[in-house]
Every structure is written in C-alpha cells, then in structure tokens.
Design a protein around this ligand. Structure first.
Ligand SMILES: [Zn+2]
Length: 389
C-alpha cells in the first residue's frame, strides 16, 4: 500500500510540470532553472560594458579573460600587462582559477609553494633543532680552541638539513664523545625558540596572504580592498618578524637594546599597517611610496646588524649571520626595484602577461630572501644554545 501512494505522488508532481511547460516532463524539469536565469540575463542585454562583463561569469557560461582596457578601475594596477585578466569573477570561479592559466596564475603558485616550503622548514626545525643542539655540544666538547669549536658547531647545524648521511655522521660523532656530551649538556641550555618561530609564522602568513590576494582580489572592489590590506599586513609581518631572531639572539645579554630594537620595529610595523589601511595607499601612482615604506622598514635592520658587528664582529656567528642578512637584503632590494620599476614588462607590454613579469620575479626574490634569513636563524639558535648568555 505504501509503495502505491508514493508512486501516485511522484506521478502527480511530474504531471503538474508537464501541464505547465508541455513536451517531455523530464526535459522540462531540467530546463526550467536555466530558462529562468536566461530570462534575467536577457533583460540586461543593453546594459553597459562593465555590467555585461560581470554577467559573463554568471550561470552556465564560463568565465572569460579580458584585456586591461576592459577592467574596472580597482583592478587596473599595471598597464604593461595587457591581457588575460579575470574581472569580477564569482568566488568559486576565482578559487578554481588557481588551476587555469591567466596573468595571476604564477603569482598565486609562487607564494603558495613558498608557503608550503616554509611549513616544511618549520616542521623540520621543530623536529631537528634538538638534535642539532646535542650535536653542537658534541662538536664543542670534541674540538680544541674557541673559534674552531664554534665553526664546527655551525657547520654541523647547516649540514644537518642536507641529507640522512649527515644525520648519521652527527650520530656517530655523538656516540664517539659520550663523555664530552654529558659534560657539555650539563653546562648547556636551550635558548628560547619563540623569536625563530615568530619569524617562520611571519613568513608563512605573508606568503599565504599574498597568494590569497592574487587569487581572490579579482572578485570585487570590496574583496580587492580587504585582500590588498591583508597582503600589505603580510609584508609588514614578514619584515617585523625578520627582526626578532636577529635582535633577540644577538642582544640576548643586553636587555636594553633587545627591548629597544624589538619595540621600535614592532611599533613601526603597527604604524605601517595603520597607514596601509588608508584607501589612497593602493593607488598605482603610489607604487614608489609603498615600496619606499617597506624598504625603509627593512633598511632600519641595518642598525642592529651594524651594532652586532661592532660588538661581536670577530665571532664567526656574527660574520655568518651578517652574510645571510646581506644576502637577504640584496634579494629584497632587487625585489623592491623590480616591483617598483615593473621591469621587464614595461619594455615589451603584453609580452610577459602570463610568465616573466615583474611581480613574479618579485615573488621569487622574496622567497629567496626569506630563506636566507631562515638560514641565519639556524645559526643564531646554535650560537645561543651552545653559548647562552
Ligand atoms: Zn604579490
């Protein structure tokens, strides 16, 4: 009995549809939602170009890439990139566009891959640094003379990330000097890790926000405003947290300068985020002002670095970390110049729309600079783990 009732109800529903639309009941059921949408679109057939542009992405029609001159003002950032823009795409299509080719694809993926690289480095550091610490102590105890000790310790730290063979070598060294290890472990201590992890988190936040911004800012003017602010906040966070390992570990025994430098850069970062909230900040004409603000913040790192060289200049750790910091500075400076000058696309507009334009180069240079600073962080950790204050 129950089965019969269900069948009747179904039949009634289908018959009702059939009666309204005629033809095949099944065809009517499938077609009606599309027809409704089509009707809505048809009414806007004579609307302006911008409105039509938005409509191109609705319903069943695929999103289309457009040229620079068809963009709304809020998406016009670089006139030397001529084509392959996404304009006012729905969120879902913008998200899926990570897997299609347009002029932001490489911008999205360079920093998304960078994010996962730094995530892996964070896991690596969390699991391997304790081993490093013990190995550094072994090296300290097994070597003779203070300079040889420190150099040996650093070399082990850096090699510990290069492969399993080194880990085996470290274990052999550890096994061979059990007595010395015991002595040094009793004297040693682990320095605080938070400045190093704050930096890694700053780098990951920057890379993730940048990637999200490149993927989703095309959705709407509001999305563009929000994601650009998150992008600027990410850059600021990367710069500020880059100071943390440098200042914290260098001035571990000098709380005054430690607090002074950390306070200065944190306050500067907060001010930069506040300034970047102003709508005027994203104007294309202010490209140099934006680059200048971030460059000045980063350049202020020269003060604690020079201070470090004055106090610890003769020590290998100071020389090695300063070398990495100079490499980081060179990568960032090159990145800022490329970003602000928009080379190479300004030389051949349209030629580098999909691959090779300045923003992609800027992204790669940022990752290279951040990695150089990560290596400096490892040296700081081993220095202060071995030596303390
Ligand atoms: Zn970017």
């Amino acid at each position: 009995m129950a089965t019969t009732v269900t069948t009747l109800e179904k039949t009634t529903t289908i018959q009702s549809d059939d009666g309204m639309g005629g033809g095949s009941p099944k065809a009517m059921t499938l077609r009606s939602p599309l027809l409704t949408k089509k009707g809505g679109k048809g009414g806007d057939g004579s609307a302006g170009a911008k409105h039509q542009q938005g409509m191109k992405c609705c319903g069943h029609r695929p999103c289309e890439l457009v040229s620079y001159d068809k963009l709304p003002e809020f998406l016009k950032h670089n006139e030397f990139i001529v084509d392959h823009y996404r304009s006012e795409w729905p969120v879902k299509d913008a998200l899926l566009s990570a897997f299609s080719i347009h002029n932001e694809t490489i911008n999205v993926w360079t920093h998304l891959i960078g994010f996962f690289v730094f995530l892996a480095l964070t896991v690596c550091a969390a699991t391997m640094v304790p081993m490093e610490f013990e190995a550094s102590h072994s090296a300290m105890a097994a070597s003779t003379g203070p300079v040889a000790n420190i150099t040996g310790g650093n070399a082990l730290v850096l090699r510990s990330y290069s492969g399993d063979g080194t880990v085996v070598a470290m274990r052999a060294l550890r096994d061979a000097s059990v007595a010395a290890d015991t002595v040094s472990a009793a004297a040693g201590h682990r320095v605080a890790r938070w400045p190093f992890y704050a930096y890694l988190c700053g780098a990951m936040f920057c890379l993730l926000m940048s990637s999200a911004c490149h993927l989703l800012a095309c959705h709407s003017e509001h999305a563009s405003y929000v994601f650009l602010r998150l992008d600027y906040a990410g850059i600021t966070g990367l710069i500020v947290t880059s100071f943390y390992p440098l200042v914290y570990y260098t001035f571990l025994c000098d709380p005054f300068f430690q607090a002074l430098y950390l306070g200065f850069i944190t306050a500067s970062g907060a001010a930069a985020v506040a300034v970047s909230l102003l709508p005027v900040f994203e104007r294309p004409q202010l490209r140099w002002a934006r680059a200048g603000l971030f460059a000045c913040m980063a350049a202020s790192g020269l003060v604690p670095i020079l201070h470090k060289m004055l106090v610890f200049g003769a020590r290998p750790e100071a020389v090695v970390t300063t070398g990495y910091e100079m490499a980081m500075g060179a990568f960032y400076l090159a990145g800022v110049l490329v970003y602000a000058t928009r080379v190479p696309e300004r030389w051949m507009p349209g030629r580098f729309d999909l691959a090779g334009h300045s923003h992609q180069l800027f992204h790669v240079l940022v990752i290279a600079g951040a990695y150089a600073h990560y290596l400096a962080g490892l040296v700081y950790l081993s220095w202060r783990d071995v030596e303390g204050c």
